[in-house]
Design a protein around this ligand. Structure first.
Ligand code: SPV
Ligand code: MG
Length: 435
């Protein structure tokens, strides 16, 4: 009896999956691999079911003889565990980012002394209206507030470091949602989105001084929520008055935002990257702790996180002040600490993280490496960082190209000269899928 292996990440079995299983059964004993939650997440398929429920779901298919957990999306653990004679997969992985995984499987088949032409069986992917509808329903479910909201905490538990990218519109949200790259035979993508006050203000042509009100911020959030499924962290500036902050916590939690980060400043807030070049005032520990506690008191779920951002290093108040505040804000109920710095050298960030971690192993640490951008996520994680936010890079990438395009059209009195630098208009009209 030959062993036939196929890998599933799905939460719902539709006729496309059943077709693959039936074809597999014709070749021998069918073993299904349930891709582990950690790997599924990395691969941008956040499962709604637990691994146990997925195993039960796959086992219930009559043609399935056994189910294992596949620990690595590139199949590196499969050959040792299962010794398959055949690998069966939908032919949809021949193009797009998944082709990386396919190539890796072909190498593994060859390394096992087998011929991929005979042992890799690719079944035409079923893509009819019913399957499309199920795919859409699954995506919609992922986007529902109750699923999306809790995903940040799940990611903190499951990812070595959670990678968050700035989004300030539906389009930049889609970039965060869909960008996938191949690295070492596996696929990588961003875990969630940061709605930056700097970028949300800049996109409106306004300075980053807490001028764009919450109603407008919620419109940006709503545009992003509409077209994405990944978790959102809102840059909540100072959080405003505690009496107002509590209402905003409730709203954000209800719409499915996962976290708000508020910074310990008071009065006219300016962007942290100005440091002491402008007048900025740090809030007192007591006042800011009371704001955090007020927010926690009204929050209705365990999912929603209030993250305290400490500006002591930005305002040159010293490491001791930063640490004292971190512990005080944690004790006031903050679910995580963000420590910010505008130095190019990450030394003060490392020092803060190491000292904080020496007495607190669990409270998540968030950093925004805009200035200290030479340090990798891996090195930050070694110092105990849990979330890395790329706070403004998409906005900074777009602006210079837009200005130079505008200048070139003005100089040439026509658009011919810029056209070769632009996305073909045929691509822009098909960029956004219709329902
Ligand atoms: C933002 O993105 O608006 C931030 C991060 O608050 S920073 O600009 O570094 O202050
Ligand atoms: Mg900000």
């Amino acid at each position: 009896m030959k062993t036939v292996y196929t890998c599933f990440t799905t939460d719902v079995i539709h006729e496309g999956h059943l077709n693959i299983i039936r074809e597999a059964k014709k070749l021998g004993r069918v073993v299904v691999g349930a891709l582990s939650i950690e790997e599924s997440i990395r691969y941008n398929k956040f499962p709604i079911l637990s691994i146990e429920d997925r195993i039960a779901l796959y086992k219930a298919i009559p043609e399935v003889d056994d189910v294992i957990v596949q620990e690595n999306m590139n199949y590196s653990d499969v050959f040792e565990k299962v010794h398959p004679d055949y690998i069966v997969h939908g032919d949809n992985w021949k193009s797009g980012p998944e082709s990386t995984i396919r190539e890796n499987v072909i190498s593994l088949i060859k390394a096992a002394g087998m011929n991929p032409d005979e042992t890799l069986v690719e079944i035409p992917y079923t893509y009819n209206e019913t399957v499309k509808k199920i795919d859409r329903q699954l995506r919609e479910k992922q986007a529902m507030p109750e699923y999306r909201r809790g995903r940040l905490r799940q990611l903190i538990d499951m990812r070595p470091v959670v990678r968050i990218m700035e989004a300030h519109s539906g389009l930049t949200g889609l970039i965060c949602e869909k960008t996938v790259v191949e690295s070492e035979g596996r696929l990588d993508q961003f875990d969630g989105m940061w709605v930056s006050s700097l970028c949300d203000s800049t996109d409106r042509g306004k300075p980053d001084i807490e001028l764009v009100d919450m109603t407008s911020r919620l419109r940006t959030i709503d545009d992003i929520l509409e077209v994405t499924t990944k978790p959102i962290i809102l840059d909540g500036d100072t959080g405003g008055l505690a009496e107002h902050f509590v209402y905003n916590v409730r709203t954000l939690e209800r719409v499915g935002v996962s976290a708000v980060i508020i910074e310990d400043k008071i009065g006219l807030k300016k962007n942290s990257l100005f440091g002491n070049e402008v007048v900025q005032t740090q809030d007192s520990i007591d006042n800011f702790s009371a704001k955090i506690a007020a927010g926690k008191k009204v929050s209705l779920t365990d999912d929603f996180m209030i993250i305290a951002r400490i500006e002591s290093l930005i305002l040159e108040q010293g490491m001791d002040d930063a640490l004292t505040r971190a512990f005080a804000f944690r004790d006031a109920g903050a679910d995580a600490i963000m420590i910010h710095s505008r130095k190019k050298d990450p030394a003060e960030i490392f020092e803060f993280c190491d000292k904080f971690r020496s007495s607190d192993k669990h409270t998540p640490i968030v950093v925004v490496p805009t200035s200290f951008n030479s340090v990798t996520e891996e090195v930050l994680a070694e110092h105990g960082v849990n979330i890395v936010i790329y706070a403004n890079q998409l906005m900074r990438a777009a602006f210079p190209v837009m200005v130079s395009t505008a200048e070139d059209i003005l100089k040439n009195h026509r658009a011919l000269e810029v056209d070769s630098k632009l996305m073909p208009f045929k691509d822009i009209i098909t960029l956004i899928d219709e329902l």
